[in-house]
Design a protein around this ligand. Sequence first.
Ligand SMILES: [Zn+2]
Length: 142
Amino acid sequence: MRQALDEAAQAAPAGDVPVGAVVLGPDGALLAAGHNEREATGDPTAHAEVLALRRAAAALGSWRLTGCTLVVTLEPCTMCAGALVQSRIGRVVYGARDEKAGAAGSLWDVVRDRRLNHRPEVIHGVLEDVCAGLLTSFFRDR
Ligand SMILES: [Zn+2]
């Protein structure tokens, strides 16, 4: 989560909401990282999780991220939750909850929907106060 927080801090200079994500391989080694780049790139899908998943798949040479873990500072939205299910990732770890748009337990629980064919393990609340604090100070400064 510390690495995801370091990534999150890289989003703010471009005016992007500070959210960061990393993907760890089955052995726990860092495969890829990403931070929000919607403002920086003008791409509506450039969320930290999507970028980290794409880079991890490129690093592995496969879209299947079986046994991998995605760690993200903020609870994934519906798009990212869908991408996580599609990637067959083994575990999702997030820090701050997103009561307004979260799709991993708050507003929806897409990643653990029993109607889908893949459901990663979810762990939340890791360094929650630090992750939430980064967002609070970003929006306070705006
Ligand atoms: Zn998202």
